[in-house]
Write a protein that binds this ligand. Sequence first.
Ligand code: ADP
Ligand code: ADP
Length: 228
Amino acid sequence: RPLVTMRNVSKSFSSGTLALSDMSLTVEGGEFVSLLGPSGCGKSTALRIISGLGDVTTGSIDWPSSRINSKGLPDGDISFVFQEPTLMPWQTVFGNVYLPLRLKGVSKADASDAITAALETVGLKDFAKAYPRELSGGMKMRVSIARALVTKPKLLLMDEPFAALDEITRQKLNDDVLRLWRETGITVIFVTHSVFESAYLSNRIVVMKARPGRVHADFPLQTSLERG
Ligand code: ADP
Ligand code: ADP
């Protein structure tokens, strides 16, 4: 079933830049899609629109109707992971992962099991009491992934999440993301400009081109990516 559908979306900024032109994309539940393309082709803009954080100039975006809040946006069902982990330095790992649930008004006691489960998924259960400054770059990124998972989203959007990390760390995190995709049934859209990374990770590659940004090629991959 389609999880999200962009229909003929165009997006122009007030600067006059036409970032996306007539872009259509349907992502089915359970897919692992890489969004690939040169810098400036509109990958981040497309991801923001899919998340509900960015609006469209023309065209439309559909999420499953059961999940729409009073503002017409998908609620808690979509999480974002950016290249910068942006953890709060004065909060422990536990406190950082709690944040999305705290913002929804869930008490710490009620959130505790979900936080522990999210930390377990990224292999950091024993680091709940640590502070971000005590963690390596790769571990901070894993906290950021745990924070994205704690609301049990249907769709995980990742915008060049590991681009700033060294090769070995990046490879480990790619394996972590694959494992969590297999174990949780989550749908992932992963922005990258690495062809290697997209082929390693996903079971569908959507290539975009620039000026104006739109889908240039869209193909399934026959990989060893199997669930279950
Ligand atoms: P990508 O993620 O593929 O590098 P972006 O989605 O970030 O591409 O950007 C697509 C185009 O839109 C680029 O030309 C970029 O400069 C422009 N752009 C992105 N965000 C803004 C903005 N907030 N205001 C004006 N132009 C923007
Ligand atoms: P990076 O990914 O930045 O290289 P890692 O995540 O590999 O960092 O971890 C850096 C160090 O932290 C490692 O040497 C490892 O011993 C320790 N570490 C990372 N994750 C865990 C964990 N789940 N349990 C125990 N130690 C860990």
